[in-house]
Design a protein. Structure first.
Length: 442
């Protein structure tokens, strides 16, 4: 995003001349946008890629404290036994309410370790900011790891790019809602309603070319673990984007693929999350081996059709140095994906670890897009870098430096006969230069 330049030194005559030219200019811009939306199949196209766009927990304004306690017990129960979660919540979670409105405005609670304390700021039920203090290692220092405005910026910029014709559609590597325990559809889930209001309703309907390719929407998701928490049958996903059913998605099958121009898009499902092994591919719809068989079938088919570019989207990361880490070797699909690197330009989009990392391994480009709006715990001390083997692939984004708070998405430019280009647009709210763009894989 570039800052708007001020219009300085413009006299009345210049202003009138510019105003007179507006109808012609706007007409040409509209024509250009229409041309971009309906380009011939032989031309290039662009799409937006993003991951982990979900906000933090929504806490209804009208609920009483017992309801808050129940919600927190359910939340802590995702990462610890329920009995322990109830004890922790009753003992350690403290809530503050506005003395006049009685609304919840702040929560102080334990975080990942015994010495970490998280402070949540709440407005109108939504967590708007989260910071963490390690009372042992860095007492008094509060590191901000979540700002609601970060995800709002990402959604707003993507919508602008699609409406302007800069991107044809959006792919999301999963985790767009918190869970289904507070409603499962666009009508009753505050999370899916937010996705719908900030993204889905703002996107234009698909054009004739997209419909001819079997695409009845502009937004496509690789289902993440948050989409099935409290919603095993993915009612929320299918409520928000029902056109995924026509691509083969059902409560029993969470994988699908489609072709657009000279590219194939493959969406897989990496699992529901187990806190004992948080990046383990534990998918069951279908299971790992069956998904690999489908992926190989779809790649063989693309090879037979001479499709030159393949994009594979799933939630858990193949490579990751920070946070929850990568898919363990036993169920890591890299060896299967890399065996096709000589046949296609292969790009894999992942998420799950809430930061950005970039790898190029055995001819495959891997982009972990965990900066779409969720809390960014990998920026905290102790989680910025996991212990990895000496020959582990280098992260080409942070290049050895610690990850920082950043909200971003990538515009992917696909041109026939040329290498794909990747432009990452980012928002760093703490920075003296908060908005920027950087070309990846150069």
């Amino acid at each position: 995003m570039r800052p708007t330049r001020a219009l300085l030194g413009m006299n009345r005559r210049t202003l009138l001349a510019a105003s007179a030219a507006l109808p012609t200019l706007s007409g040409s811009l509209l024509a250009g946008a229409a041309q971009a939306q309906n380009s011939p199949a032989g031309d290039g196209f662009s799409f937006a890629a993003v991951g982990d766009t979900r906000p933090m927990m929504y806490l209804p304004e009208s609920a009483g404290e017992p309801d808050y306690v129940k919600l927190f017990v359910e939340m802590f129960g995702l990462v610890m036994p329920e009995r322990v979660a109830e004890e922790v919540v009753k003992r350690d979670v403290r809530m503050a309410f506005d003395p006049d409105t009685k609304e919840l405005i702040q929560i102080v609670m334990p975080f990942m370790t015994k010495t970490e304390v998280m402070t949540l700021t709440v407005d109108k039920g939504w967590v708007t900011e989260a910071s963490v203090e390690d009372v042992k290692l860095l007492p008094g220092v509060h590191r901000t790891m979540f700002r609601l405005q970060g995800g709002e910026w990402v959604a707003r910029e993507i919508v602008k790019d699609v409406n302007a014709g800069r991107a044809k559609f959006v792919v999301n590597s999963g985790d767009v809602v918190w869970w289904g325990n507070q409603g499962r559809t666009v009508d009753d889930s505050p999370y899916w309603k937010r996705v719908n209001d900030t993204m889905l309703k703002q996107l234009p309907p698909p054009d004739e070319e997209m419909r001819a390719a079997g695409l009845e929407g502009r937004w496509f998701i690789g289902v993440g673990n948050h989409e099935v928490w409290g919603d095993q049958k993915i009612e929320g996903t299918l409520s928000a984007v029902p056109y995924l059913r026509k691509l083969g998605v059902t409560p029993e099958n969470l994988i699908y693929k489609f072709d657009f121009r000279d590219s194939r898009f493959i969406f897989l499902w990496s699992g529901k999350y187990d806190y004992r092994s948080p990046s383990n591919w534990d998918a069951d719809r279908p299971k790992y081996e069956e998904q690999i068989a489908h992926m190989k079938e779809w790649l063989d088919e693309a090879k037979a059709k001479a499709i030159p570019k393949v994009f594979i989207i799933f939630h858990y990361p193949v490579f990751a140095r920070a946070g929850l880490g990568p898919i363990p070797f036993a169920n890591n699909p890299h060896r299967f994906i890399a065996s096709y690197a000589k046949d296609f330009e292969l790009v894999v989009f992942n998420g799950h670890v809430h930061t950005t990392e970039m790898y190029e391994v055995d001819g495959v480009k891997y982009l972990m897009l965990g900066g779409g709006g969720a809390e960014q715990d990998p920026i905290l001390p102790g989680r910025t870098s996991n212990k990895v083997p000496a020959d582990y692939p280098p992260d080409l984004y942070w290049k050895g430096g610690p990850p920082k708070e950043e909200y971003n998405y990538v515009l992917v430019d696909v041109q026939p006969g040329q290498k794909t280009k990747f432009m990452l647009n980012r928002f760093r709210p703490w920075s003296a230069e908060p908005f920027g763009s950087v070309q990846l894989f150069t």
